[in-house]
Design a protein around this ligand. Structure first.
Ligand code: SF4
Length: 390
């Protein structure tokens, strides 16, 4: 496990985003907010053993705690009957400070979609969405408070970046969802959390160390992690090329999703400001290299916006750019945009969506319209948090 406590950026500014043509867009209340309390999930095994020793506990107690946390999704140390009663309160305070506190829970799709708004130690708000399907249950999680990428059509982008989340804060979303599934709190009865997507608030590559520490703890087998297969984890990015290359070098078979949203630099410069730093050629080259290294097909996310990027010429150019690399290496997910109220960016017409998909298919590109679960509960990323703040 990586120790993320020392080298995480203190200001939350995205590494690499402080120089060059692109700078992170910071939120009004961006400031040094102190670090989240250190949590069991933030500690290396030796830090855990050390802390146990400080509490007068033998080192093997840390392994018992790991079993409670990763195998049973428990953090209530007061209830850990395999610990001596005298140390339970100390263990709770030392290892399991409350990092995320539920503010609201919204349910949709006949109880199979659950969106939770969480408050963090400094009052920051983030969200996660649990989506149950017949054959899998997917949790979409946040990795930053807000997002500094500044995409003009996105509710989270409007908030700007407040700060990076710690590995513990990221993982607590996973543990809480795994617990909800285990306890049968989602329609369909008790079940297992099977898939994780880093597609909630934030740019995961902007918080690389915490994200990769979280990924490793999600896929390690209990008692080192939650035991969710790395193949069922998706890490998304708006195109932070050094992050894509670093992830490829980790050798983990996680899926990469690239939010492209436009097939040309001219258009993407407007829709995704990060394109001014890493252009479409650099992003697609890195994504294709990821496919070569991981043999996992890359997801290309493409939010369809009426009259902006959803015309036949856009679909044709997208197909051409992907086919340039050959070998059926990408899977395009056009997403109907869930628009921000009052913005000029709005959802495509159904006939334009259908034509877009048809053109890709005719060019031999694998493409499926992405499911828009949770639309009736403010499903676009960041909208719920924006509302609570406003
Ligand atoms: S679309 Fe994604 S990268 Fe762009 S501002 Fe929104 S959350 Fe950030």
């Amino acid at each position: 496990m990586t120790d993320t406590t020392n080298d995480a950026p203190e200001t939350g500014i995205t590494p690499g985003g402080t120089t060059g043509p692109f700078r992170d867009v910071l939120s009004r209340d961006h400031a040094r907010r102190g670090k989240p309390p250190l949590h069991f999930a933030d500690m290396t095994p030796s830090q855990r053993a050390e802390r146990a020793k400080e509490l007068g506990m033998p080192a093997f107690r840390a392994k018992q705690l790991a079993n409670h946390y990763y195998a049973h999704f428990d953090t209530d140390a007061a209830e850990f009957t395999d610990l001596p009663a005298a140390v339970r309160a100390d263990a709770a305070a030392a290892f399991f400070p409350e990092l995320i506190h539920e503010v609201t829970r919204q349910v949709a799709d006949a109880g199979t979609t659950v969106k939770t708004l969480w408050r963090l130690f400094d009052g920051s708000l983030i969200e996660s969405v649990l989506m149950r399907y017949p054959s899998r249950t997917t949790l979409c999680i946040s990795s930053q408070v807000g997002c500094g990428m500044g995409c003009p059509f996105c509710a989270t982008g409007k908030l700007g970046l407040t700060r990076n989340m710690s590995a513990g804060e990221i993982l607590e979303q996973v543990r809480a969802a795994a617990r909800m599934m285990c306890d049968g709190e989602v329609a369909g009865g008790p079940g297992r959390l099977s898939n994780i997507v880093f597609m909630g608030m934030g740019e995961p590559m902007g918080n690389y160390n915490s994200v990769i520490s979280a990924v490793r703890q999600i896929c390690a087998l209990p008692p080192e992690g939650f035991g969710i297969s790395a193949r069922n984890i998706t890490v998304s990015t708006v195109g932070v090329v050094p992050g894509i290359r670093r992830l490829a070098a980790e050798g983990l078979p996680v899926r990469l999703a690239v939010s492209l949203h436009a097939p040309s630099d001219e258009l993407r410069d407007e829709l995704v400001p990060m394109n001014q730093r890493f252009d479409t050629t650099q992003v697609l080259d890195a994504a294709h290299d990821y496919w070569l290294a991981s043999k996992r097909r890359v997801s290309i996310e493409y939010a369809l916006m009426r009259g902006i990027n959803d015309q036949a010429e856009h679909a044709r150019l997208l197909a051409k750019r992907l086919n340039h690399y050959g070998d059926n290496w990408a899977h395009v997910n056009p997403i109907p945009l869930n628009p921000i109220e009052g913005s000029k960016w709005t959802a495509s017409k159904p006939e334009d969506e259908a034509r877009f998909l048809d053109i890709l298919h005719a060019a031999g590109i694998t493409a499926t319209m992405r499911d828009t679960r949770g639309q009736d509960i403010d499903g676009a990323c960041g909208q719920l948090a924006a509302k609570e703040r406003g």
